[in-house]
Design a protein around this ligand. Structure first.
Ligand code: AMP
Length: 223
């Protein structure tokens, strides 16, 4: 099983994906996290990505695909995985189908109102060490500015700065949103309301995943 999460920046893909991981045991793969990690570690793909990341546009497909291919080769992806932030354009969707096309696929588009997105982006803080996500308006850490999970100092993501928001929205509208028609035509797209809490967004997603697992005789993985 492959679960793909689509949605505008800060629509909740990371938080919802994390809850799906907790519920079902599939690893959650965020290409944004893979890129940030590669840049931090100065790997050859990271060095190539560095100049493109954090500008509001997309990083070249071959860099992202290189990182994803490596990650999907990990044995923990064998039974299934959750993709957060990939694919982000039609050509990536086609590459994914070529790379690992036999899998059952479910695609969720998390739909969130504009005013909610702006609040989430401006309040988002991430842990640079374990990638945990917080929000100063809606999901405050227990100690201000400190990660609840690992104790590292929380940061605002470089690309969450107000001046980059229009470019990111435009990238989503022109490059990523067309994927909803692509997956819609395949009959595997579910639209979910993402304006509420993570648990509220998760509920209909779980219903669809449970139904699919029931149909295919699949099962949750014990964590
Ligand atoms: P995210 O953490 O998903 O918001 O991604 C942060 C940034 O990483 C994006 O704004 C893009 O520049 C880049 N990125 C993440 N995933 C992809 C992808 N699938 N294709 C191209 N660029 C990506």
């Amino acid at each position: 099983m492959r679960i793909i999460l689509l949605g505008a920046p800060a629509s909740g893909k990371g938080s919802v994906g994390e809850r799906i991981r907790e519920e079902y045991g599939f690893p959650k793969i965020s290409t944004g996290d893979l890129l940030r990690e590669a840049v931090r570690k100065k790997t050859s793909l990271g060095l190539k990505a560095e100049t493109q990341l954090g500008k509001g546009g997309l990083v070249d497909d071959d860099i992202v695909l290189g990182l994803l291919r490596e990650r999907l080769g990990n044995p923990d992806c064998h039974a299934g995985y959750i993709l957060d932030g990939f694919p982000r354009n039609l050509s990536q969707a086609q590459s994914l189908a070529a790379l690992d096309g036999q899998r059952r696929e479910l695609v969720f588009e998390i739909q969130v109102r504009e005013d909610v997105l702006v609040k989430r982006i401006s309040g988002r803080r991430i842990c640079p060490s374990c990638e945990a996500i917080f929000n100063i308006h809606t999901k405050r850490p227990r100690r201000e500015g400190i990660c609840d999970v690992c104790g590292a100092k929380l940061l605002q993501r470089n690309d969450d700065r107000a001046e980059l928001i229009p470019a990111r929205k435009e990238t989503y509208r022109t490059k990523t949103e067309p994927l909803t028609s692509y997956y819609g035509e395949k009959g595997i797209l579910c639209k979910v309301d993402g304006n509420g809490t993570v648990e509220e967004t998760l509920r209909p997603i779980k219903t669809v995943i449970d139904e699919e697992l029931g149909k295919t005789g699949g099962k949750r993985i014990q964590l």
